[in-house]
Design a protein around this ligand. Structure first.
Ligand code: NAD
Ligand code: GLY
Length: 361
């Protein structure tokens, strides 16, 4: 079944197309590329699976740049290499970039598009669950700096987002489950009915039933489009999409991005944020237990290893991008399907929110 959404922002409007087998047949791609010169950016894992399909969809030869696989290549060196190759190919301002891959490829391609000759359009073809439900929509583009993740970037909206849920059949299972924490996040902050739907349809989701996945991706994109329409540059409501991320970013930084996938760290973060919300009196213990059960059923982690130093984690949190006036600001659950941003000064309370893996269990 065909599903389509329109994202409206101050800097433009674009469609998100969600359809199984879209990478085999997508006239909308040719229409958007029309008279422009397409240049595809992908990585060494994804290109053998999907590059030929995109080439044939375009119905004309398109040059491409293949990145090595990994977050560590979302950096200034590869930004520069791509720009060099585009210049060597004499690509002008009538060019359009196509990001074929997960959030790493999407963020880097988007940032190149935002900068190349002061900005050219780009198309997102996300191939991971995380990128299909989150990273490809909303125009956040970035590369990492040695001193911090996503520290160099721009808001630059894509011209089209093409989502083929069948891409998820080749995605490693751990990556798929990791993306589920971002799905659960939408239910927690914006739509309790969706949260209930996820619980009720969990087996179909975990078995990658195509229709169930399409519905799920559609609802996530719909919720994200709504948020981005209201607050494109994260001056307000968009910050809610960071539920659990203050905890997650601290865990990722402290473990040097080597122990947990981003969505796994977000899973621990969602649970920690719910514990904090419970301590603050917003949520009931049963809500916290219910969330823990759902994350565990998705085989996602909910606890940090006891070897992690809580003071170091607090140190990372004090450098979070959302902080203001020297206070750590958390997204907390205020009620079912509702969240808010709140400064929390009580370090003991924050430390207590980290669920620690108990080896005696
Ligand atoms: P990723 O891009 O590293 O992809 C995960 C792994 O899956 C990689 O090894 C990749 O090669 C492989 N892969 C991708 N699609 C595949 C497929 N269909 N079949 C087989 N293998 C496939 O990771 P991710 O989780 O998609 O993205 C993480 C990145 O996204 C981070 O850099 C994060 O900062 C960024 N991000 C951006 C936003 C945003 O709004 N811009 C939001 C969330 C995350
Ligand atoms: N992934 C959070 C955002 O796009 O704002």
């Amino acid at each position: 079944m065909e599903r389509q959404l329109v994202v409206e922002t101050k800097s433009g409007r674009y469609s998100i197309l969600i359809r199984p087998s879209l990478l085999d047949d997508c006239s909308e791609l040719q229409a958007v590329v029309a008279t422009q010169t397409a240049f595809i950016i992908s990585n060494e894992t994804i290109s053998p699976l999907y590059l030929a399909k995109i080439q044939s969809l375009l119905k004309r030869p398109a040059k491409f740049f293949i990145l090595p696989d990994g977050e560590k290549y979302k950096n200034i060196t590869y930004f520069n290499k791509i720009i060099s190759q585009m210049l060597e190919n004499t690509l002008g301002r009538d060019s359009i970039l196509i990001a074929l891959g997960g959030g790493v490829v999407g963020d880097l391609t988007g940032f190149v598009a935002a900068c190349y000759q002061r900005g050219i359009p780009f198309i997102q073809i996300p191939t991971t669950l995380l990128a299909q439900v989150d990273a490809s929509v909303g125009g956040k583009t970035a590369i990492n700096h040695d001193l911090g993740k996503n520290m160099i970037g721009a808001f630059h909206q894509p011209s089209l987002v093409i989502i083929d849920p069948l891409c998820l059949t080749t995605l490693p299972d751990r990556e798929f489950r990791s993306g589920l924490s971002e799905v659960i996040k939408y239910g927690l902050i914006l739509d309790h009915d969706f949260y209930v739907w996820i619980k009720q349809n969990l087996q179909e989701i975990l078995h990658k039933n195509t229709e169930t996945l399409s519905k799920m991706i559609y609802r996530c994109c719909q919720l994200k489009a709504m948020v981005v329409k209201e607050d494109e540059k994260e001056q307000g409501i968009r910050a809610l999409l960071n539920l659990g991320h203050t905890f997650a970013h601290a865990i990722e930084a402290e473990t040097r991005y080597s122990q947990f996938l981003h969505g796994e760290a977000v899973s621990i973060g969602l649970y920690a944020a719910m514990r904090l919300s419970e301590s603050l009196g917003f949520m009931a213990a049963s809500d916290t237990q219910e969330l823990r059960q759902l994350l565990t059923q998705c085989q996602l982690p909910t606890e940090i290893p006891s070897s992690l130093n809580i003071q170091n984690l607090l140190g990372h949190m004090k450098r979070d991008k959302k902080n203001a006036l020297g206070q750590i600001r958390f997204i907390v659950n205020k009620a079912k399907g509702n969240a808010c941003i709140l400064p929390v000064n009580d370090e003991k309370l924050i430390a207590k929110s980290f669920p620690i893996f108990d080896t005696t269990q």
